[in-house]
Design a protein around this ligand. Structure first.
Ligand code: NAD
Ligand code: 0WE
Length: 261
């Protein structure tokens, strides 16, 4: 029971394939009290039953592009919980037409939108959460390898994830004095709602799995376990870090020869 007595607010559950849902399940198994926030009214019918299945009673809408909505959800969290220990940010968005074709064609508005939803939201949520983290806390976001190396078609999201990883470091430096740790998990490709719109994703996942040292892909359960560790007291001296949950993919400088069996 790594998270017994801790309260976590989880942003980014869309359905039972969401990485945020894998994290919620792991947190529940480790004894955490959970609160959920979802993006918009059409998601409520999906998220509410999931949240309730883990005993959550705090289930509130928040579009993270709306400052007033962020203020409202944390005011409600203060009324419900008084204080919180953990904030999970599992949110990203870019226009679908900028996740295909050439990065050079990214529009000004599309660049701004991707950064607003996928990066600035972490700053805004962290600032709003801080007054509730009176006994210290842990903030965790999700990133991807496309921040560091060019992944075809990841495009503006790769640039946004690079900014997100830098944001983790700047937030960690700011919030360390408040006893708040800020980290990211860099997850391998998982077939979630956000991935389902991407052409050729299945093939990409298959190639990825073949090329990892472990010879397999990554699940939301894999991510949930590491998230529970990072947000627990076991990780009390880890902050500003990006931890890979990718079956070892990122360590390879050249692909292993194919097995001859
Ligand atoms: P997902 O579609 O289940 O989750 C993305 C979430 O972002 C959804 O719940 C969606 O409602 C939310 N969101 C989008 N715009 C929002 C807004 N304006 N306000 C509030 N919420 C908003 O997909 P996922 O793959 O679980 O994504 C979670 C995180 O994991 C993202 O940051 C993604 O970049 C990251 N990630 C995903 C993979 C992957 O392969 N699936 C790999 C590494 C990192
Ligand atoms: O971060 C992501 C996906 C983020 C994402 C996905 C979508 C699809 C639907 C953000 N915005 C949108 N907007 C939509 O309209 N991943 C890490 C998964 C992912 O996405 C890719 C990948 C991988 C991996 C896109 C191209 C190439 C690889």
């Amino acid at each position: 029971m790594l998270l017994q007595g801790k309260t976590a607010l989880i942003f980014g559950v869309a359905n039972d394939h969401s990485i945020a849902w894998g994290i919620a399940q792991a947190f529940h198994a480790e004894g955490a009290t959970l609160g959920f926030s979802y993006a918009g009214p059409t998601l409520e019918k999906r998220v509410r039953p999931l949240a309730e299945s883990l005993g959550a009673e705090f289930i509130e809408e928040c579009d993270v592009s709306d400052d007033a909505a962020i203020e409202r959800v944390f005011e409600k969290a203060r009324e419900r919980f008084g204080s919180i220990d953990i904030l999970i940010h599992a949110i990203a968005f870019a226009n679908r037409d900028e996740l295909t074709g050439r990065f050079v064609d990214t529009s000004r508005a599309g660049f701004a939108l991707a950064h607003d939803i996928s990066v600035y939201s972490l700053v805004a949520l962290s600032r709003a959460a801080l007054p509730l983290m009176s006994e210290g806390g842990a903030i965790l976001t999700l990133t991807y390898y496309g921040a560091e190396k060019v992944v075809p078609h990841y495009n503006v999201m790769g640039v946004a994830k690079a900014a997100l990883e830098a944001t983790v470091r700047y937030l960690a430096a700011d919030l360390g004095a408040d006893g708040v740790r800020v980290n990211a998990i860099s997850a391998g490709p998982i077939r979630t709602l956000a991935a389902s719109g991407i052409g050729g994703f299945r093939e990409m996942q298959k190639k990825f799995a073949e090329q990892t040292p472990l010879g397999r892909g990554v699940t939301i359960g894999d991510v949930g376990g590491v998230a529970a560790f990072l947000c627990s007291d076991l990780a009390s001296a880890i902050t500003g870090e990006v931890l890979y949950v990718d079956a070892g993919y990122n360590i390879m400088g050249m692909q292993l020869p194919e097995s001859k069996e």
